[in-house]
Design a protein around this ligand. Sequence first.
Ligand SMILES: [Zn+2]
Length: 456
Amino acid sequence: MKARAFIAITACKLTHWLLRVMGRGATQLPGRVANKIYPDLLGYLARDVRTIIVTGTNGKTTTSRILEETLREAGISFFENKSGANLLNGITAIFIENCSATGRPKKKTALIESDEAAFKKVGKYTDPELVLVTNVFRDQLDRYGEVTHTLNNIKIGIQNSPHAVVCLNADCSLTASLRDEIGNKVIFYGVNEPIYKHRVREESDAPYCIRCKHEYEYEYITYGHLGKYHCPNCGYSRPDPEVAVSRVFISDADHSEIEIEAAGEKFKALINLPGGYNIYNGISAVAVAYALGLDVRIAVGALSSFECGFGRMEKFMLGDAAARMILIKNPAGCNQVLNFLSNISEESIFVVCLNDNYADGRDISWIWDVDFEVLAGLQDRLSLIYLSGIRADEIAMRFKYAGIDPAKIKVQKDYGKLVDAISSQKKAVYIMPTYTAMMDLRALISKRFGYKNFWE
Ligand SMILES: [Zn+2]
């Protein structure tokens, strides 16, 4: 073993231990220390580990959690990173955690959620066996630039992963176009029919052909720019998916019932998560299982046993209110929540908490790309709308322009008072916070209501 690797591993474990003793949670620091000492450390640690990488704009975390369940049920021993640690340093630290002092891996399979930009290096070092790309949407412009920039990062990451089988979303014209740029074996997955009866009017993140810039035509759209597209000019079109949702029977506030077609067989499946985007999270996880040569039935079973986690529309009681919380971070994700809301019938309270800290994205102009106008049409079902967070006033302005009755809108920047107001009402509550707002709310709720880490 290389002495330098040993020192780097020891330094990382020591830093991690020190932070714990000091009562500090996991940070980027232990991994950063290790990478400073030995920049190729991840490559060294991953050499005997079979790595599965999940990347893409939306759905990484939920898909990874479904895959966790699948691997567990398939009897595969693995380790994984959590969403907060999806950059190079965090991923390095997770590999160090999984190894002995001499760098030998304790578990031979890694399930790694990777940030799109970090994937370039993560792919190179880990030489993954499988890469899943969920989708490419416009996300926090100030951090990632335009969609083509994100797409390019993912492309380089795959080119740095020459041995990987790559699962691509056929319904995302951007993601699917990667096939022409890479030499890897590709397995496409997708949804073969529309999901929603009522869809919000969405700004497409990819209206023009990636090859020739002509406008796409769609046979159907599932959401955002996803669907069955083709370019009438150059002929670029959605590839036929090998693993597909062949039917959508029901998609409502709690679950979806679908039929999955893979390997020439059909399976009825239940997804215990609301919203069409979770159908994509489900089918992408099934595609990974299929690509790994696992029994598809195990993946289908994992879907129905999977429960929501914090920030992914999980349910919990907030005093008298039945609350659901869903993290929002970009227009596409936010529009999906609105899609979902426009298909429910119970009377509800709606909460948006908008922060603009670094982890939320500093630029909040994306709220103007969200079709909040759809809420104006739901006002008979919305008893109140609370707006909170650092930028509550901007979101209030947005809601005013969306044509929502000002009498229904309350700005409450104090989270304590906000939670008081919500928890005293016997209603369904939908809370949509950005990342740091979610962390603050979660701390307050667990303190106030005695929930202990209920989001894990
Ligand atoms: Zn074209």
